[in-house]
Design a protein around this ligand. Structure first.
Ligand code: ZN
Length: 599
């Protein structure tokens, strides 16, 4: 089975022209494990419960807007697929919905349908499909500065005007018979959908009893129509409510041409009270952790600045750019530098998504690669607590340093090596800090929020070991993968991780604490010195050794990621058409095919 899957995927990779057939499409979908998302909303106030329904409806509109942004033919193709009731048609429809378009996210956006461009256009539908980089740049250079800024702005698309551009003059006596480029604000391009969205946000604002949510929803509704998102981004930073909402045009990854244009995405979440309390407790002792970091005391920061806010939430529904390909597990927004200057950025951790990935991906990995007697120690709580510690530790350690008498920072000094070193630092320091907190739980008043004792320690390190294999699967091109390969080999060489005769791995609890402490020390010192050569030396460990490669090869058929099914959202606000296209009971041979057919 595993071989077959691999062969099918290789066949797809080898022939860009051939579109995948039914078995191949099913294998491609199977890389995502279907995962029902249920969130208990019963504790919300009556007003928030009603507001939530409006917000789910607004989020769904974002799927439609995002699909228009991805490709001009996207919605028409989607409608066509919905008519095709053959098994192949249904498989195509399902995979289309998972990617929100006819190109496979996991396969470098190669087409899996006939009669569509072979790959996603680099500029998506933000620019005319026949426009190249050079034409855009020539055109922008002719514009006054304010319009140049708009042309490159987050919230405009570039279109060809209705008038032919040949008499515009700038191109000389050009054979340019194409029409001239023009700037269209999102508020105009997506007007009908944005008007509906704004109305729903206003209704939700009137229903909620939380003032900060009301303020954000009102100013964001206004932004949809005015195209000015600044005030609503500020209000989003101040949002402090049980219903945690992110809705707007944000990330620019879909614009592979320039990275200028923001795609619409929505996350409607519920704040996780218990984890928020834990986070608050950790935040209170950050200075004490900094004061005890395993590094030369002269590098410690005696006065940490205010930490960037972190929210822990459970996702009820994600839509648009937030709902295709690999599922978002955390986000850091906004992207507007003016807002970041004024208020910083906010990190939102999606706990139930992390948990779903843990169950669908990490547990199967542990079952294969962790020594049998230690498998039971792999658990979600330490996995998630370490993610929180990782995020907090980005704010600790050397940030302003002195090299050759000049003030500078680790990013400037370590250049292209910085990301991998900083990610490894956050991981290792996170482990070290959690050990420190467990050792001092009583005096730090953490006993109520942090499990400690021998069992908790076993879980922490064994879960980290299992999760390191998950990260190594991302490859060494990714900063997290590279940083993890280095940490893994460092801890193996120090005897903290040990391969067993059967090929699996286990933690040596007599060595792991000292090994993590040394690793933390070395990473912090490289950053404190801005030591490029030292970083290079550490990253020479960022390789997959043959004995590890053999183990990773055993993970082939484990899902790469999850496919969330928004069960609670669908119950609270049934999607349009849900009653007409009832889900068929899944055939016994394919238990994974579910619900999404209704779309
Ligand atoms: Zn990080």
């Amino acid at each position: 089975m595993k071989r077959l899957l691999l062969l099918l995927l290789l066949a797809f990779a080898a022939s860009a022209q051939t579109v995948p057939g039914l078995p191949q499409l099913d294998s491609m979908s199977a890389r995502f494990a279907p995962t029902p998302l249920r969130v208990d909303t019963s504790r919300l106030s009556a007003g928030d419960q009603q507001a939530l329904v409006k917000l789910i409806e607004a989020a769904r509109l974002y799927d439609t807007i995002f699909m228009q942004q991805l490709w001009s033919g996207d919605l028409a193709e989607y409608q066509k697929l919905q008519q095709d009731k053959s098994p192949l048609g249904q498989a195509r429809l399902r995979y289309f919905w998972m990617n929100k378009g006819p190109w496979s996210d996991l396969d470098d956006y190669r087409a899996f349908l006939p009669g569509v461009p072979a790959r996603k256009p680099l500029g998506a539908n933000f620019y005319p499909e026949d426009m190249g980089k050079a034409e855009f740049e020539r055109w922008v250079a002719t514009l006054p500065p304010a319009q140049q800024e708009e042309a490159k702005g987050f919230f405009t698309v570039i279109r060809r005007s209705l008038r032919p551009g040949s008499h515009e003059g700038h191109e000389g006596n050009t054979k340019e018979t194409r029409r001239k480029l023009t700037i269209v604000p999102y508020s105009q391009e997506y007007r009908p959908d944005l008007e509906k969205c704004a109305a729903l946000l206003r209704q939700a604002a009137a229903l909620t009893d939380n003032a900060s949510l009301r303020r954000f929803l009102s100013s964001r509704a206004e932004a949809f129509l005015s195209n000015d998102y600044y005030q609503s981004d500020l209000d989003w930073m101040d949002l402090d409510a049980p219903l945690d909402v992110t809705i707007g045009p944000y990330e620019t990854y879909n614009d592979e041409l320039f990275g200028y244009k923001a795609a619409f995405e929505a996350y409607i979440n519920l704040r996780d009270q218990a984890e928020s309390a834990k986070l608050d407790a950790f935040a209170r002792i950050l200075q004490q952790i900094e004061n005890n970091l395993p590094e030369d005391p002269q590098y410690r920061n005696p006065k940490l600045g205010g930490a960037a806010p972190i929210r822990v939430v459970n996702e009820i529904i994600a839509a648009g750019d937030g709902a295709h390909g690999i599922t978002t597990a955390a986000y850091n927004l906004p992207n507007d530098e003016r807002v970041i200057q004024q208020k910083g950025a906010k990190r939102v951790l999606l706990k139930n998504i992390q948990e779903a990935k843990f169950r669908s991906v990490l547990i199967p990995i542990a079952t294969r690669l962790i020594a049998p007697k230690e498998r039971a120690d792999v658990s979600f709580q330490p996995f998630f607590t370490h993610i929180m510690a990782h995020e907090l530790m980005h704010g600790l350690g050397p940030h302003v340093i002195t090299v050759n008498g000049q003030p500078t920072n680790p990013r400037l000094q370590l250049k292209e090596l910085y990301s991998a070193i900083e990610e490894a630092k956050a991981d290792a320091t996170g482990l070290w800090a959690l050990q420190y907190m467990m050792d001092h739980a009583k005096e730090l008043n953490l006993s109520a929020v942090l499990h400690n004792g021998e069992a908790a320690e076993r879980q922490l390190y064994t879960t980290f070991l299992a999760s390191s294999f998950r990260t190594l699967r991302f490859g060494l091109g990714d900063a997290h993968g590279k940083g993890m390969a280095m940490q893994f080999n460092y801890l193996v060489d120090k005897g903290g991780f040990v391969q067993q005769p059967d090929g699996t791995f286990a933690v040596d609890f007599t060595r792991i604490k000292a090994a993590v402490r040394d690793l933390t020390h070395d990473l912090l010192t490289v950053e404190a010195h801005g030591d490029y050569a030292g970083a290079q030396k550490m990253l020479s460990l960022a390789v997959i050794r043959p004995n590890v490669a053999r183990q990773l090869a055993r993970l082939q058929e484990i899902p790469v990621d999850i496919e969330p099914e928004f069960v609670t959202a669908d119950e609270l606000a049934p999607p349009p058409g849900a009653k007409i296209a009832k889900p068929k009971p899944p055939p016994p041979s394919r238990p994974k095919r579910r619900r999404k057919i209704r779309r």
